[in-house]
Design a protein around this ligand. Structure first.
Ligand code: HEM
Length: 77
């Protein structure tokens, strides 16, 4: 899914000077790989390994099962 740039967009951890808008997750089941540079091949990767600055909240506090449920939910949109 394409991200666009505005002065108000979030920064990205691997490109600190770049900013990206929040993308729609509708039909995310068919838009892998994820993030502006495609660094997450699967939804589980997007929600676990590729959010080092925790821009998506405290996902590390969730159990594996809770993250799997969240992944299944996002992929159902
Ligand atoms: C439960 C809540 C959330 C989930 C499950 C979630 C999940 C995701 C996923 C799967 C992507 C990759 C989408 C793609 O590349 O097509 C993404 C990207 C992104 N999300 Fe979230 N997100 C959540 C909440 C948020 C919130 C609250 C914000 C902002 C305050 C946010 C900001 C962003 C931004 C800026 C990107 C693009 C980052 C990039 O392209 O590098 N997300 N999110």
């Amino acid at each position: 899914m394409t991200s666009s740039l505005t002065p108000f967009s979030l920064t990205s951890s691997n490109e600190p000077s770049a900013r990206y808008d929040t993308p729609s997750l509708v039909e995310a089941y068919r838009t892998a790989p994820y993030y502006h540079d495609g660094r997450a091949v699967t939804m589980m990767e997007a929600l676990t390994e590729h959010d080092p600055e925790r821009l998506h909240g405290k996902l590390k506090d969730l159990t594996r099962k809770e993250i799997e449920d969240l992944s299944a939910y996002v992929l159902s949109l």
